[in-house]
Design a protein around this ligand. Structure first.
Ligand SMILES: Cc1cc2nc3c(=O)[nH]c(=O)nc-3n(C[C@H](O)[C@H](O)[C@H](O)COP(=O)(O)O)c2cc1C
Length: 184
């Protein structure tokens, strides 16, 4: 049996987007294809040593490993939150309730004061988090892996809380939140 070849990380930066006929792939159409995978919606929060707060809505969350407890998310390279995460070395990932679509939109728009009107607090380890969420994963940043126009952020879960209720989650599918009809 031949060994599994590990990809050089630069592969991800260099890979050209072409379809089966060799024509350039249209990113907007590819995004629509990716969007056919229904997901939950998460907000990632972090605070730098100088006090700068970052929060960003994501749906590229995946669990990775139970032992050690690892998760990943994919952040656009130009995301302003990446710098804060890198500086903070810690972050919180929180899953949203069905009635938090407005919050998801607020954290999906670049702006100076993304936290206006938002209730936030800290985890026992001092990591910035939303006051209300279905679950909060309090993490240490472990790795930034190159991933084309994104960075794959690998984090280790140090602590977590899960809400003791049966409220519905916010879902995202084909550019729309469910429940609700707002296009993102
Ligand atoms: C439902 C939804 C999911 C999103 N998922 C991601 C994601 O996984 N990664 C990402 O980089 N941006 C994602 N975005 C876009 C970011 O939220 C948006 O670009 C945000 O303004 C980035 O903020 P920042 O530049 O302050 O970091 C998503 C937006 C929405 C509405």
């Amino acid at each position: 049996m031949t060994g599994l070849q590990l990809l050089d990380p630069s592969f991800f930066d260099d890979a050209g987007g072409t379809d089966a006929s060799g024509a350039p792939m249209e990113p907007r159409e590819l995004r629509s294809a990716f969007g056919c995978f229904a997901t939950g919606v998460a907000v990632v929060t972090a605070q730098s040593a100088s006090g700068a707060k970052a929060a960003v809505t994501i749906n590229s969350f995946s669990s990775v490993s139970l032992d050690p407890p690892l998760l990943l998310l994919c952040m656009a390279r130009h995301s302003r939150s990446l710098d804060v995460m890198q500086d903070a070395r810690r972050l919180a990932v929180q899953f949203l309730y069905a009635d938090q679509a407005d919050l998801a939109m607020q954290f999906a728009k670049p702006g100076e004061d993304k936290f206006a009107g938002v209730d936030w607090t800290y985890t026992p380890r001092g990591v910035l988090r939303l006051e209300r969420a279905i679950a909060v994963l309090d993490c240490d940043l472990r790795q930034f892996v190159p991933g084309g126009d994104h960075r794959i952020v690998v984090a280790e879960v140090a602590d977590f809380t899960v809400a003791d209720d049966e409220a519905e989650p916010l879902m995202f599918y084909r550019g729309k939140f469910f429940p609700g009809t707002e296009d993102a």
